[in-house]
Design a binder for this molecule. Structure first.
Ligand code: NAD
Length: 486
């Protein structure tokens, strides 16, 4: 006998799973004849998406404010509205060049006048599982690449940002035919089912634990997967750059969205002899530029109580262990209604603390002293390869040397996180921060079947590969290796 759930979330998910299956099969039927959209159609899709971002601007702002309790409207405009619209416009302007077949070298001695090229063909139907932190940018951003490559898509946004998910569904249903792009909303049961479908490509953005589960589910159907994961992004501050500008860049990037960005600086490696100077600069920067940070509308709320408890718990642990904790906004009681958490520095924490062995994803900045650049590089290399790596120095040779000796999905010199906002630059992780790319020509190619096509000409040696091999094949072998001794 099948158990019937009385949990309303599970019942909702059961309905959502039926809806997902129905939409998936509808899309599969519509895509059955390889009716590849023309480049003009794709550009129309991208232009429509850009227009929708402007049209839905107010709803997007309200949804993010509802999901995060507090979300600066300017940040919403810059990242979610303009981020998606700008990417769509940029990709539309590049599409002709990116989609053009790429001629490849053919050795005339072997293949005569044959030609060879890579043709870019849509993969088909792409599934997108996206997280709560940028509910529009991380679903509709990849959709830009997916549509540019001529695919269809079903998006499953995060259950942790329900107001944004509803607006996302409205944007998509008012902009695209339902057999081209659709949104399904629901919880973890729906997300699990989503990962089990026979997609032509699956994109998952989120944490590594679920990322592994998604990759395993997709492997059952040999579905290719792009995993956009997180991790701890290090910052190396060189001794020549402990100054106000460096601190403004690091703290500013940490506090955009209150640290809830996958490419935010996670921790800082600072020369031991300049540790106090760095801390003083951080304090004075925060007090002068953001005296009311923690209560002002510029301070994004932490997404939910569970994450707030996780972050305050990590600070409590550091305090209990006697680690120096610098409150940059002392004596602020966090209002549970706004979940606005001020920035805190944790100085030289031991490795077994949560702030050093888990991704922080919030307004806590551990500062770890180092004595030599070799030691700082060694520390980074003894941990998982990060999504982002940031180097602050005036010495370009020193910066390149650090880049050469480390690996990360992306990197910046003298800033942080900008590698994740340029629509021209492929974005993604390496090792445990993920694999595959979206954005840029890399994103277009990720969602394309990069098909190698050869057209035979004249004067080739193809027949040499066919049996019997005593004739032409033997002549070639003899010409290259010398006549075989009797
Ligand atoms: P989340 O909890 O919103 O989950 C992301 C998606 O996974 C959601 O759509 C959810 O429904 C789905 N999901 C949940 N459980 C699932 C399961 N068992 N099977 C399949 N799908 C499931 O997001 P999160 O994981 O809390 O996001 C934060 C993490 O994401 C951080 O680690 C952050 O660094 C990372 N992140 C990475 C990027 C990037 O581009 N590399 C961007 C943003 C966030």
């Amino acid at each position: 006998m099948t158990a019937i759930s009385t949990n309303p979330d599970e019942l909702d998910d059961a309905t959502a799973i039926d809806e997902l299956d129905r939409r998936f099969h509808q899309m599969r039927a519509a895509s059955g004849e390889q009716n590849t959209p023309t480049l003009d159609q794709r550009r129309e899709d991208l232009t429509a998406l850009a227009g929708a971002m402007f049209g839905f601007r107010k709803q997007i702002q309200e949804a993010l404010a509802a999901d995060f309790a507090v979300h600066p409207t300017q940040l919403t405009d810059l990242t979610e509205v303009l981020g998606v619209a700008g990417q769509a416009q940029y990709v539309a302007s590049q599409l002709e060049e990116w989609a053009a077949p790429q001629q490849r070298f053919v050795d005339p001695q072997s293949f005569g006048t044959a030609t060879a090229e890579i043709q870019y063909q849509p993969k088909g139907i792409v599934g997108v599982l996206s997280p709560w932190n940028f509910p529009f940018l991380l679903s509709l951003g990849p959709l830009v690449d997916i549509l540019a490559a001529g695919n269809r898509a079903i998006l499953k946004p995060s259950e942790l940002a329900p107001a944004s998910s509803m607006v996302l569904a409205d944007i998509v249903s008012s902009t695209f035919d339902s057999d081209r792009v659709a949104v399904v909303t629901g919880g973890v049961a729906l997300a699990r089912r989503f990962a089990e479908l026979r997609w032509d490509h699956l994109l998952y953005t989120g944490n590594a634990t679920v990322g592994r589960q998604v990759a395993v589910a997709a492997a059952q159907n040999l579905v290719p997967v792009t995993l956009e994961l997180g991790g701890k992004n290090p910052v190396i501050v060189h001794s020549d750059s402990v100054n106000e500008e460096t601190v403004a860049q690091i703290i500013g990037n940490k506090l955009a969205k209150n640290g809830q960005i996958c490419i935010a600086p996670d921790y800082c490696l600072v020369p031991r002899s300049q540790l106090e100077e760095f801390i003083e600069l951080s304090i004075s920067h925060t007090f002068t530029t953001m005296p009311d940070y923690g209560t002002s509308p510029d301070c994004t709320g932490i997404i939910n109580e569970r994450h707030l408890r996780r972050l305050t718990g990590a600070l409590d642990e550091a305090r209990q262990r006697g680690v120096k904790v610098v409150d940059l906004k002392p004596n602020v009681e966090i209002d549970p209604a706004t979940r606005q958490m001020p920035l805190t520095l944790v100085v030289d924490p031991p490795e077994d603390l949560a702030v050093m062995n888990e991704e922080i994803f919030g307004p806590i900045l551990p500062i770890k002293p180092y004595d030599t650049i070799d030691e700082a590089v060694g520390y980074i290399n003894s941990h998982d390869k990060p999504l982002g790596l940031y180097i602050f120095t005036r010495d370009s040779h020193a910066a390149q040397t650090i880049l050469d000796r480390t690996a990360s999905g992306g990197a910046c010199i003298n800033t942080c996180a900008v590698q994740g906002v340029l629509p021209s630059l492929g974005f993604g992780g390496v090792g445990s921060s993920g694999y595959g790319r979206h954005r840029g020509v890399e994103g277009f190619r990720e969602f394309s079947n990069q098909r190698g096509v050869v057209t035979r000409g004249t004067g080739d040696t193809t027949a040499a590969f066919f049996p019997p091999y005593s004739g032409h094949a033997q002549q070639i072998v003899d010409a290259v290796f010398g006549e075989t001794a009797g």
